[in-house]
Design a protein around this ligand. Sequence first.
Ligand code: GLA
Length: 384
Amino acid sequence: MSALNKDMLSELFSAAFGQSPELVVQAPGRVNLIGEHTDYNGGFVLPAAISYATWIAASARADNELHVIAQDFDAQSVVIKLDQPMQHDQAATWSNYVRGVVQELQKKGYTLKGGNLLISGNVPAGAGLSSSASLEVAVVRALTELSGESIDPTQAALVGQAAENNFVGCNCGIMDQLISARGEESSALLIDCQDLSTRSVSIPRDWEILIVHSGVKRGLVESEYNQRRAQCETAAAFFGQKSLRGVSIEQLVAAEGKLDDLSFRRARHVLTENARTLLAAEALSSGDMETLARVMAESHESMRDDFNITTPAIDRLVEILQTAGAGSAGARMTGGGFGGCVVSIAPKSLIPKLMKAVDDFYEAETGCTPRLIPAKASKGAFAG
Ligand code: GLA
């Protein structure tokens, strides 16, 4: 997680392309405070953009080609011809996110111009902090700016999501791209994924977010993720609905025993998580840590027992943080699951105690090496 700035990126760009960049864009990663696997069910999420981002320096070319360098992948470079159909690249797999975005922007009628692009970033990869979504949103911003087009942040997010769904092959929801595009400083965003409306919820000034990487590498993510999504759709179909947003908790409870157990538990997670997310947004805005800590704990249990997306080491990490916080700190796994990070939120004064508890117990008990990632709620993608 090296520090990055515009000058550093401009220098790298000049060394690679022999000219100065015309623009530099950045799009942040995110941490989700609560509302997991609810986005593709038309539900509620409460993420914040974080102070780690994907950066792109770019300048126009006279031809119809994109020359793209991924600084963090050994400065690997690819050439993408804009007037030919997009093909998957098996060697430079990172470039499939760029290709997917090109394809989706073209589908929407954008006439893209050629360009030189240099990409770098400091969002930890494979940690559940949305490095891919931040790359997609940064590419959307860079390509549209280069072509002299403007794009609304929600549209930019939808293009990024479509690239991932249609080209990369992960059936992700809209949360990650939307918060990367629309994030606000010092705030989380309550997003209704049914209509994509957002409400900014400011984080109390004396509270801080601490992300802890569990050291568990995320495995089998795509197949497990797509499977969870399919299971939720099966559960919704049982009620004659397209998404679980159309099903109430009462209806679900009444269906117990008729709906198969797996679908029942998947749906119970989603519906109770929606309710918890709304409660959490209220608790955050009124500074009610007791409620926030409680619903975050319940969210983790639900992900563990009903949605089955946590791992034993991550369960332990959450417990260590909760014990150290003694009701005054929220902690839960964040992101798609099967490894990655835990998010905690607590009054600033408690953060050193949480860090010490992780240092004292986690590695000794699980054999996994944690990484502390202090994060600030930050603004969404921008150029300049
Ligand atoms: C991944 C997906 C999101 C969301 C989360 C789980 O991050 O990209 O759309 O579904 O998992 O909440």
